[in-house]
Structures are given as C-alpha cells and as structure tokens.
Design a protein around this ligand. Structure first.
Ligand SMILES: [Zn+2]
Length: 150
C-alpha cells in the first residue's frame, strides 16, 4: 500500500477548527437542510439532509459522481449526518457534531473492523472532497468527512 494512503500523514479538519469556525455544535449555526436534487435521490440517500452548509457542495459532487459511475447500488444504508457526539472512545468531538460527516453502510463497516465499502464508491467521495474513515489507523469504514475548508 502506498504510504500516502494513510490519513495519518494528512492534515484533517479538527474539532477545534470547527469550534472556531461555527461555534458550539448546539448552536447549529451553519446547519442547513440540503434538498437533494431529484436525480440524486439514489439508493438510500434521503430526500432532505440536515447538514453543514459547507458540506452541501462536496456531497452534491459526490452524489453526481456516484450516479455517473453507477455506484448507487453500493449504498446499502444511510446512517446519518448531524449528531452531537464525541469521537468514540476519545475526548474530542466528532465532525458529525457540526454536520460535516456522514455515515453509510454502517452494518458492514463498524468502527475498528475491516472496511467493506466498495473502492469505486469510496473514490467518488474522496474526489468530491471527503476523507474516508476507512483509511485511519482505527478504521471507521462507514465514515466520510469533509477533508478541508475551501
Ligand atoms: Zn461517522
């Protein structure tokens, strides 16, 4: 495996940056309802997604790529976006707390287990500006989060 695949070497968005940019998660200051375009209501993707305004464009881009590359069939479940919580087992807050992360196919991609997400599907998200939890030392295969503030 190419060592640059390891997110360990990447700079990821931190909860501190989110706190500075959006304030406390409870304020829900940057949250919007993303009305998913009809042609992107694919698989198990909800019609409306309550997420951070900065997630709308990357998510729309990812969904477009998924349609274009016929990857919708790999989405088995939608497992949420906005959820104020700590990273499991850690003290810092998850990017879900600011609506900057989504989970899919949770049943077969549990934290700490070998991720089973289809690589083509993962690629659609990465190209659209997401970091994939499946790349982490403690894999979180269900998890996609915004990779940077543009
Ligand atoms: Zn997640």
């Amino acid at each position: 495996m190419d060592i640059f695949n390891f997110k360990y070497f990447y700079i990821m968005i931190t909860s501190k940056q989110c706190q500075e940019r959006y304030g406390a998660p409870e304020l829900e200051r940057a949250m919007v309802i993303f009305d998913v375009p009809a042609q992107l209501e694919i698989g198990f993707i909800p019609k409306r997604i309550y997420c951070n305004k900065d997630l709308v464009k990357p998510l729309e881009k990812a969904l477009n790529l998924i349609v274009l590359r016929d990857c919708a069939k790999f989405i088995k479940s939608w497992d949420g976006c906005f959820n104020i919580r700590k990273k499991r087992g850690l003290s810092s807050k998850s990017l879900h707390s600011w609506g900057l992360a989504i989970d899919i196919n949770a049943a077969s991609n549990q934290l700490g287990h070998y991720p089973t997400l289809n690589p083509e599907l993962v690629k659609c998200f990465k190209e659209a500006g997401f970091d994939w939890g499946g790349d982490w030392a403690r894999p979180d295969g269900m998890h996609m989060q915004l990779s940077s503030f543009k």
